[in-house]
Design a protein around this ligand. Structure first.
Ligand code: PLP
Length: 398
């Protein structure tokens, strides 16, 4: 063919992370068939959906099977019942988000990847290490990226001071808090610094709050709109995946307040246009399930699941504390990000953990250069498996 392709795809670093992990585990299993491997690399939930969510799914599916209650295409931006429930969820968090600023989607990953459609060729600022979607979606659009380094000194929470030698003017800044992979979360002061910086430099913050439900410290904001100026400079993208176990059902949302404006346009108007053109909405049963997740009954059941994962995280954190190993996360997050003991690089530590303790984690290198000597463990496994993993780790670390 003589068509042209998007040459920017050639600039995306091929990620072999999860296939490399799988092939190393497979090789180990082949030569150690009796080994009881504990998987702590997964970023996926494992607990089933709670009863209120499942009932809502059943009920909505039944409605779809009856002539009088059948529904066809859903509204592109989400059913009013769900946009209202999400707005109420924000009210409970103490902030006002109008339902008309809320756009329901099939998950945060789609929105994070698609938001570049409505933005031009801006300076892009992304922390390193971080969830890889921000980087790859901008490379696909041919954008240049300025990385800001997370490291031990700043607790993997880079601040605007990392940009003091750059001339930032109208940048798009990605922030993820609590962070994947580091589990670190900005407190109110840290997040305010970013909002102030965005206001001063005419920048937009794209705030990924997918792990908001794991926050338990009072000084950590659940939403960027706890910082009032964020209504003028921030878009927030969130998800039912980790909060409600929807990784398989698929539902998320994006908030774009009408006060976020650039180039003479409300960004929400551009997003509406983009979504109405390229997206046909989330299925009715899934939106009813999401609505059920936000009822008092749903939240109660989901909080129990989150507490279960957090108990796992605290087991791991306690062990690392006792061994004086530096780590972030483990408290307001299902992730624990630890410095590889003995100065090992992340792949060497991966092999050591697999071969000597039969534990699988994720080498930090997969999340950016700043992760080369770090390692991610997740708390999404069962309590029993986590307990056993901690015992094995204790023996390994001596
Ligand atoms: N944002 C972060 C930081 C994530 O870690 C993930 C998934 O792991 C997502 C977004 C994707 O969320 P969703 O399942 O809603 O697409």
């Amino acid at each position: 063919m003589r068509i042209k392709i998007n040459e920017n795809f050639g600039n995306i670093k091929e990620s072999y992370l999860f296939s490399d992990i799988a092939s190393r585990v497979k090789a180990y299993e082949a030569s150690n068939p009796d080994a009881k491997i504990i998987r702590m690399g997964i970023g996926d939930v494992t607990l089933p959906l709670p009863e209120p969510v499942v009932s809502a799914l059943h009920k909505a599916s039944d409605e779809m099977g009856k002539k009088e209650s059948f529904r066809g295409y859903p509204p592109e931006y989400g059913y009013a019942f769900l946009r209202d429930s999400i707005s109420t969820h924000y009210a409970v968090l103490g902030v006002s988000v109008d339902p008309s600023s809320i756009f329901v989607s099939d998950g945060a990953k789609s929105d994070l990847g698609n938001i570049v459609d409505i933005l031009g060729d801006n300076q892009i600022v992304i922390p390193d290490p971080v969830y890889p979607v921000y980087v790859d979606s901008n490379i696909m659009s041919g954008h240049n990226i300025t990385f800001i380094n997370g490291n031990r000194d700043n607790g993997f929470l880079p601040s605007p001071s990392e940009l003091s030698d750059k001339n930032i003017d109208g940048a798009v800044i990605y922030l993820c808090s609590p962070n994947n992979p580091t589990g670190a979360a900005y407190d109110r002061n840290g997040l305010s610094e970013w909002v102030d910086f965005a206001m001063k430099t005419g920048s937009l913050i794209i705030y990924d709050s997918a792990y908001e439900a794991f926050i338990s410290d009072d000084n950590i904001p659940h939403t960027i709109y706890e910082i009032p100026d964020a209504y003028e400079c921030a878009v927030e993208i969130c998800s039912f995946s980790k909060f409600a176990g929807f990784t398989g059902l698929r539902c998320g949302w994006t908030v774009i307040p009408s006060t976020v404006k650039a180039g003479g346009h409300e960004l929400s108007a551009l997003w509406k246009r983009r979504q109405a053109t390229k997206f046909n909405g989330v299925s009715y049963p899934v939106q009813r399930a999401a609505e059920a997740a936000l009822t008092d009954e749903g939240i109660k059941a989901l909080n129990a699941n989150i507490e279960y994962y957090k108990k796992n995280a605290s087991l791991i954190a306690k062990l690392l504390d006792s061994k004086s190993i530096f780590y972030t996360g483990g408290k307001n997050s299902p992730y624990i990000w630890l410095e590889c003991p003995g100065g090992q690089n992340s792949w060497d530590f991966f092999d050591r953990l697999l071969h000597e303790a039969q534990i699988v984690g994720t080498p930090g290198e997969g999340f950016g250069k700043g992760g080369e000597s770090y390692f991610r463990l997740t708390a999404f496994g069962s309590y029993e498996a986590t307990l056993e993993a901690v015992e094995r780790l204790e023996a390994l670390l001596g």
